[in-house]
Design a binder for this molecule. Structure first.
Ligand code: HEC
Ligand code: HEC
Length: 102
């Protein structure tokens, strides 16, 4: 009998993290729909709350590559250049202090 791999085996490829992530970068949907908008709150960041080493889990080259906000004139090129110049020190300006207190 021919066995076909169940459809759900392909899900990790679609939603996986780390190296398997699609070239379109990380995807957490439209950030502006969450309670505090761009600013992180513990409830929406259970895995990363309180940590300052953002790039450990969010490699810079996978960030800010797809506009999911619905804001037509959002300048992601500007966001990427700020991150390129200021690194992890830049994140808090737009995403809040992530419970790090800086
Ligand atoms: C230990 C890994 C880890 C670290 C460190 C980390 N994050 Fe995250 N981040 C995640 C994960 C996983 C998610 C998806 C939501 C979740 O499960 O917490 C996420 C989601 C996000 C989101 C999307 C939130 C939303 O509205 O859906 C933003 C923005 C974000 N992180 C920014 C940051 C910033 C800025 C830092 C550093 C100050 C940081 N992260 C540190 C793992 C991490
Ligand atoms: C100038 C403002 C700004 C800065 C600085 C900034 N971000 Fe963002 N970030 C945004 C915006 C706006 C979005 C929503 C992007 C979208 O939907 O296209 C976003 C989205 C994200 C997401 C969700 C995935 C994605 O790419 O859309 C993560 C994760 C994230 N930022 C992490 C970071 C980390 C880590 C830093 C610091 C290294 C950082 N951001 C610095 C404005 C900023």
């Amino acid at each position: 009998m021919r066995r076909v791999a169940p459809w759900f085996l392909s899900l990790p490829l679609l939603f996986g993290c780390g190296e398997e992530a699609a070239p379109s970068g990380e995807n957490y949907g439209n950030l502006l729909e969450s309670p505090a908008g761009l600013v992180l709150i513990p409830e929406e960041h259970p895995s990363g709350w309180g940590r300052a080493d953002c790039f450990f889990c969010h490699p810079a080259h996978k960030l800010h590559v797809v506009n999911r906000t619905g804001i037509a004139d959002l300048d992601l090129g500007f966001v990427r250049s700020v991150v390129r110049q200021r690194g992890e020190a830049s994140c808090a300006a737009c995403h809040g202090d992530n419970g790090v207190g800086r």
